[in-house]
Design a binder for this molecule. Sequence first.
Ligand code: HAM
Length: 423
Amino acid sequence: MAFQIPRGTQDILPGEAEKWQYIEKIARDICERYNYHEIRTPIFEHTELFLRGVGDTTDIVQKEMYTFEDKGGRSLTLRPEGTAPVVRSFVEHKMYGNPNQPVKLYYIGPMFRYERPQAGRFRQFVQFGVEALGSSDPAMDAEVIALAMELYQTLGLKQLKLVINSLGDAESRKAHRQALIDHFRGRIHELCEDCQVRLEKNPLRILDCKKDRDHELMATAPSILDYLNEESHQYFEKVKSYLTKLGIPFEVDARLVRGLDYYNHTTFEIMSDAEGFGAITTLCGGGRYNGLVQEIGGPETPGIGFALSIERLLAALEAEGITLPVREGIDCYVVAVGERAKEESVLLVNQLRKAGIVADKDYQDRKVKAQLKAADRLNAKLVAILGDDELAKNVINIKEMSTGEQTEVPLPSLIDFLKERLS
Ligand code: HAM
């Protein structure tokens, strides 16, 4: 029986994996410049963390978690997102006591959600995310958004749309919550069963319902922006003015409530505007979560962050026709002609690699012609042809593959010669 990969997952094969490495490297470089440090947390956590952190009325917790019992009878869950685990670690390691505040962290790793797979939606996907904990300065919100935008722009994406909103503080949300209940209560039976439960438990979630999205009650629902108290309003104004100062265009959409419960104040998403990009256009989502650290057992600490998946980023690059500058060939292929040369080529290729040259040789005992073909297939810039005669004279033949030009080079100066040709 032949096995197939589980639905909603993918193998990243050679050729494709280089693109991932390239993106990850750019993300790490940007984080370094913004002074964010990497954190690596486990792939699974106690289920309770997500019930508390992400919220038990969210789709993620209700429908999408990979939860299992281990042999010790504990309920564990493959992480569906990175924020709750990072906050758990922040509290567990008392990072709130670090002399350097805010604590600025980033992560790159797989997340798991049991969703219906489609273009841009996987059951295992890789998120790059950042979390800045310990600051309630609106400039922090702008920094986090700027970091996400910088990644996309560095990679060459142009057709981007940043949408922001504010969910306000606890007081503003309470007033809005009541307005939502009043708005929906009389006609809640027209909405789906989930929404009927949401009305009591968490009416904000109704606005995020995928089934009832087009119901007229949605369009007329009270806008959170009309319920922001003065402090929340001022906060949002500050965030917007910082974005403007940084030259980052944005749109405000009062319906951007996000699918996780921990948000307050700023929420944002970055979408692709590219033609032909699938139905799911959100590339990145994030926001402020000032109550989450406390919810998870730590002292009151503000936080803000975002996450974006590499899968959707790659899809956006493809939609905009952008190819990443990843290495597509090797520097030098060593062709050996004759028995002694074959033995010497083992050492030679090793010396080239140690000198920083991307080099390879034949391991299939191929004839010279077939070795040259292999060099061509590997897209080698240079071919070093080592024959027994050349060995006797202590020289080697270098062929430039693009021009066919051949040069005889003394073996002791080979590395310098190759480096010069490759530079
Ligand atoms: P989220 O909106 O659930 O937020 O996910 C963030 C991003 O992860 C999405 O915009 C998308 O790029 C990617 N993503 C989510 N689900 C899938 C999927 N099934 N397949 C492919 N990509 C997917 C969070 O996860 C929050 N933790 C973000 C955050 C960090 N908020 C504050 N800090």
